[in-house]
Design a protein around this ligand. Structure first.
Ligand SMILES: *[C@@H]1O[C@H](CO)[C@@H](O)[C@H](O)[C@H]1NC(C)=O
Ligand SMILES: *[C@@H]1O[C@H](CO)[C@@H](O)[C@H](O)[C@H]1NC(C)=O
Ligand SMILES: *[C@@H]1O[C@H](CO)[C@@H](O)[C@H](O)[C@H]1NC(C)=O
Length: 347
């Protein structure tokens, strides 16, 4: 997900049906966001976080597991603005095939998790949801408490780092296509946003709080574009192809497809107070793995995290892959690398 530098994207007026016919989805490299495995059972779960917010998730377990042996577990976090049905379930399923108990979850304010208003930004509560998932897993009979790891995709890459800094029960930390929404919201991609533009965003969000407290409607910002035009950037097209076509589109029950992926404008500036890479070195000696496509528009964030993290750490480039490619393109996602990382570090 991204912020349009310095500007506030209003919701497009086209419907999803209109936009879907306007552009066919790109299913190359084995795109399979909704992959299901014959060998893995999925169960809907809920658990509470430390603020007594109910978090909705899925629990994935290999069908033929041995109940008398405690298993290692991995929590999987969805891209910012997405829900667990987008990318997270896929990774959780693939890791479960390799013998891990896995959990995907909807961040608070998103999907089927509690939190009002929907689409609120709260990096603090997002990180807490991952610690709550550790609570959940560690109280399951089949899980070994000492062998719990975590994987964050896109924005959740930085939320899981934020969680791991203050939760040493997370023993191994991996990220894919990581986005640091703190840096993004303050500075834009590759520093493309000036301090003046940042101040304009703060002013707009502040003004919007007056509107809301006076009874006015919420506004939404950022997220995947609702339509593609001749002016759309390659990044717009990349997100649109996943979020706005049958390749990855998912509208949670009771939501409008027009609201998916878009945070509320009055809360999005909370990301300006989010510094997930400060003190990242204190996660050491717990191992960290950062995976990014070498063509990803977000690669600066993995490079930055890697530079600041302490050993043991690894930065793994997927040749030819862009940011969104690693959400669902089975032939590009390095599942073997991930499996190996967790097998070694949750042994
Ligand atoms: C489809 O996506 C792949 C992977 O990102 C890319 O290499 C290819 O150029 C895309 N095809 C079209 C027609 O956009
Ligand atoms: C599913 O299980 C069968 C039988 O054990 C095995 O042959 C197959 O490789 C497994 N498939 C996956 C994707 O794990
Ligand atoms: C399950 O694990 C236990 C303990 O290691 C072992 O004794 C038993 O044979 C295993 N059962 C199966 C079906 O593999």
């Amino acid at each position: 997900m991204k912020i349009v530098g310095g500007s506030i994207a209003a919701l497009g007026m086209m419907t999803i049906a209109d936009t879907m016919t306007a552009m066919a989805q790109n299913m190359s490299f084995g795109a399979d966001n909704f992959y299901r495995s014959d060998n893995v059972t999925v169960q809907a779960i809920t658990f509470q976080d430390q603020y007594r917010t109910t978090i909705a998730g899925n629990l994935f377990i290999r069908s033929n597991f041995n109940r008398s042996i405690d298993m290692p577990a991995i929590i999987v976090g969805h891209p910012m603005g997405a829900v667990k049905e987008q990318s997270a379930n896929l990774y959780a399923t693939k890791l479960a095939e390799h013998g891990f108990v896995t959990v995907s979850l909807d961040l608070p304010f998103w999907g089927a998790s509690e939190g009002n208003p929907h689409n609120t930004v709260s990096p603090e509560l997002y990180a807490e949801a991952y610690s709550a998932a550790v609570d959940y897993l560690g109280t399951q009979k089949i899980v070994d408490r000492e062998r719990i790891g975590i994987l964050g995709i896109c924005g959740s890459g930085s939320f899981v780092i934020s969680a791991a800094k203050v939760d040493s029960r997370l023993k191994a930390i991996a990220t894919t296509s990581m986005y640091n929404h703190g840096i993004l919201t303050r500075n834009g991609l590759r520093g493309s946003q000036s301090i003046e533009q940042r101040k304009e965003l703060v002013a707009a969000a502040s003004q919007q709080r007056w509107t809301e407290v006076d009874g006015g409607k919420a506004l939404y910002t950022a997220g995947a574009p609702d339509e593609i035009t001749a002016q759309s950037t390659s990044i717009d097209r990349e997100f649109y192809d996943f979020y706005r076509t049958s390749r990855g589109e998912f509208t949670p029950k009771g939501w409008s497809p027009k609201l998916t992926t878009h945070p509320t404008l009055s809360s999005n500036t909370k990301f300006m107070n989010f510094y997930p890479f400060n003190d990242i070195e204190t996660i050491s000696p717990r191992p960290m793995l950062f995976i990014s496509g070498d063509q990803a528009h977000s690669r600066e964030f993995s490079e930055d995290a890697y530079a600041h993290a302490a050993e043991p750490k690894e930065l793994f480039w997927v040749a030819g892959a862009g940011h969104v490619d690693l959400y669902d393109r089975m032939d590009l996602i390095p599942f073997e690398k991930l499996t190996q990382f967790f097998q070694t570090n949750l042994a």
